[in-house]
Design a protein around this ligand. Structure first.
Ligand code: SF4
Length: 728
């Protein structure tokens, strides 16, 4: 029997396009005669979760959990957030559950995908479907492409928590489908590709489950995130990881995985392998890599997506990731630690130009697409230009996007050539528009250069996606405002921007030399075995609370000019939906979509005496035993600190009487957008009379003619919340 390798891409990640890591490994191994199966578990698990049967199960769980909590004599501190989440979900539009297949279809069919109103409504519905799952599995929160959980990966105990079926909504998919698939395919080696932090817990949950069912399969993990995590950990903690895995590939994986397969095939005693930490279960020995290498891109074939169900991604056409370069040619930015490398960025390499074009030809023909996302750290400007020229020379009509750094080579004329060569969009790490901060970062650019470069790209018709962040150490309020002001002044040339917050990365120059950047202490929360949650304090506070408010408000003023930004949907940076909108509607589409939204202030809705109010059929009224205003108050008064929320250690809070809530009968109107409205008791009788037979005047007279003003106010507010409608 041929040795079989199964490569799995764990949740939670983008479900609108494939990630290229596993297809690259597969093509490398298949070219060497290996049998390789690939499976995008992230995509398939999302598809399984976003299905009517699973959502129905979640809804039943919500109803049953709510009933249990609602009948308790009092709510403990830890039960408050759950009660609120359940009540939110009870207001869900039940048509989302039965129509979830049609909702997914909206993103796959061009007519509905490019109809923004329709598209946007269905983005909201998809998010609500994920909220239903999150409420059923509280406290895990699943959002598109990410999830949060108090059982964050900090220790072995957290990992085990995550493997429980009642805590993790992905376990049913793993149990029902993944295990059957593995049983059928019977692989000898399973490789998990962990590129993002959001995948790590699910990778461990899968490894734990697979290990208990198939103890003889060799389990290996690699990818940028697990590579960085393993390198950052103390060596004596590595054994924690080997409770689940047999090997971990650091850095790039192609050669390492090939050598690992040869070693496993030979069935001989483990020998050190390049880029790989191997755990020998029999002798309880850990073997560290023989040496660390980076791949020569000329030996890497184009990614092989065979085995990925390309029609299942939520996209009207495939936008295939392709990596003509790896690493960063600059590799100097002080904050940066990016990719499968111990520090900074990986060494910069490029494929030969003719090979790039040949690869694109292969992918275009095989997968019937002309859309590509160049999946790179950052591409050298001369290479961007050379690719465009080569595509023009060979008359190829490929459309593509890439990541670049500001550079003087992006002249007006060169940008026109790049556009002509098919470049639709570039993502640019500007980071800051303050000269002092840019110098401290060692970004190697000036705001003036940035302005020219962005203008030249935009004038050529290329969409510019500008990434910035605030709160770089020592940044003052005035300096933060310079970045905001830059975006405001150059908005006509900026198709999309993001403005995040500085994050201190292990492996960055700042981490190595914090004093230079005004940082006096770097620390990790207690029990953070995997060193994932880097915390720091600065020597000086450079922004007051008032400064922060002003910055927030200035940011909101410019953010509002663009269509809402949410990865992986239209408006999110570097994703395929946004790219397809740029292609169809042009580089300014996100600003146009925003200006099309109807922001006219409508007249307040009011009832006249002879109107007949009726409750909208989709609104559900229900009575519950606890008052949510009180519950929210308790949550607000008792915020958990980081240590507590990391470990769900709410025990101390449980002991405190002020963190309990006692029953107080309350009436709710559950509105379909997963919202609820706490309603006064007397509104209950009022709503019962809004049955399509009585006029507003009849109703008020029947309840209390003396309380005319108060009752008509309640009636009008129910009308303005869209709870009531006028009978036509
Ligand atoms: S931020 Fe970008 S340009 Fe700077 S080192 Fe990192 S990848 Fe390179």
């Amino acid at each position: 029997m041929a040795f079989t390798t199964a490569l799995l891409y764990p949740p939670i990640a983008d479900f609108t396009q494939p990630h290229p890591a596993i297809p690259y490994l597969a093509s490398f191994l298949r070219a060497r005669g290996e049998k390789v199966l690939i499976k995008d578990i992230n995509l398939e698990a999302h598809d399984a979760m976003l299905s009517t049967p699973f959502l129905e199960t979640c809804y039943q769980m919500i109803e049953s959990k709510f009933e249990t909590l609602d009948n308790k004599p009092f709510l403990q501190f830890s039960e408050h957030a759950l009660y609120k989440a359940l009540l939110d979900a009870l207001g869900a539009d039940s048509s989302i559950i039965s129509n979830v297949d049609s909702i997914k279809k909206v993103f796959k069919e061009p007519d509905s995908f490019y109809d923004y109103d329709h598209y946007f409504q269905n983005v909201e519905k998809l998010k609500q479907a994920l909220q239903i799952i999150s409420s059923a599995y509280h406290p895990m929160i699943i959002e598109p492409c990410e999830y949060t959980t108090p059982y964050f990966l900090t220790s072995h105990a957290d990992i085990l928590e995550q493997c429980q079926v009642n805590i993790n909504p992905l376990i049913p998919y793993y149990q029902d489908q993944l295990l059957h698939w593995l049983e059928k395919e019977n692989p000898d080696l399973i490789g998990f590709s962990v590129t993002y932090p959001t995948q790590i817990l699910q990778m461990f949950a899968m490894a734990h489950l697979i290990r208990s069912h198939f103890p003889n399969i060799h389990l290996c993990a690699g990818g940028a995130f697990i590579s960085q995590m393993t390198l950052n950990m103390q060596k004596n903690k590595h054994r924690t990881l080997f409770q689940y895995l047999d090997s971990i590939i650091l850095y790039e994986g192609e050669s390492a995985l090939y050598h690992l397969i040869q070693q496993l095939k030979s069935r001989q005693q483990y020998q050190p392998i390049v880029n790989t930490i191997l755990y020998d279960r029999k002798s309880d020995q850990v073997h560290y890599p023989s040496k660390n290498i980076v791949e020569n891109l000329d030996h890497i074939p184009p990614p092989d997506y065979d085995g990925y169900p390309l029609n299942l991604y939520l996209s009207p056409k495939p936008v295939l990731p392709y990596a003509p370069t790896r690493g960063c040619y600059w590799n100097r930015c002080a904050f940066c630690h990016y990719g499968a490398t111990q520090k900074g960025t990986a060494r910069y390499r490029e494929k030969k130009l003719e090979q790039m074009i040949a690869d694109l030809d292969i992918l275009a023909e095989k997968y019937n697409t002309n859309h590509f996302a160049f999946s790179v750290d950052v591409m050298a400007p001369k290479t961007v230009l050379a690719i465009a020229k080569e595509l023009i020379k060979h008359n190829r009509k490929y459309l593509w996007s890439t990541d670049i750094k500001i550079d003087d080579l992006f002249t007006r004329q060169n940008c026109q050539i790049i556009k002509q060569g098919g470049c639709l969009s570039v993502a640019i790490g500007l980071e800051s528009a303050c000269q002092r901060i840019l110098e401290l970062m060692d970004k190697g650019i000036s705001p003036h250069q940035a302005q020219d470069c962005i203008h030249n790209l935009s004038s050529a018709g290329i969409s510019t996606q500008i990434m910035t962040f605030l709160n770089f150490p020592t940044e003052t309020a005035r300096e933060a405002m310079e970045t905001i002001q830059f975006i405001r002044l150059n908005m006509s040339d900026i198709s999309l921007f993001t403005m995040g917050d500085f994050v201190l990365h292990h492996g960055s120059k700042i981490f190595e030399n914090p004093e230079k950047y005004g940082i006096d202490r770097i620390y990790f929360p207690k029990n953070d075995d995997f060193k994932l949650l880097t915390q720091y304090t600065e020597k000086r506070h450079t922004k007051s609370e008032r400064d922060k408010e002003q910055i927030e408000s200035a940011y909101a003023d410019i953010a509002v000019q663009y269509a809402p930004q949410d990865f992986p949907f239209v408006g999110g940076v570097s994703n395929n939906h946004t790219l397809l909108y740029f292609e169809r509607f042009g580089k300014d589409i996100l600003k146009q979509l925003n200006s099309n939204t109807d922001d006219t202030i409508s007249e307040p809705k009011t009832f006249k005496r002879h109107d007949i109010p009726v409750m909208r059929p989709e609104i559900k009224a229900m009575a519950a035993n606890y008052c949510l205003s009180e519950i929210e108050d308790v949550i607000e008064r008792n915020p958990l600190n980081l240590e507590q929320s990391l470990h769900n250690r709410q025990i101390n809070c449980e002991l405190n009487e002020s963190t309990k809530t006692y029953p107080q009968k309350t009436m709710y109107l559950l509105i379909q957008s997963m919202n609820w409205l706490e309603t006064p008791q007397h509104a209950r009788f009022l709503l019962q009379m809004c049955n399509g037979k009585n006029t507003a005047e009849d109703i008020i007279n029947m309840i209390s003619p003396n309380a005319w003003d108060m009752l008509s106010t309640v009636l009008n507010s129910l009308y303005s919340y869209n709870v009531l409608d006028k009978k036509q």
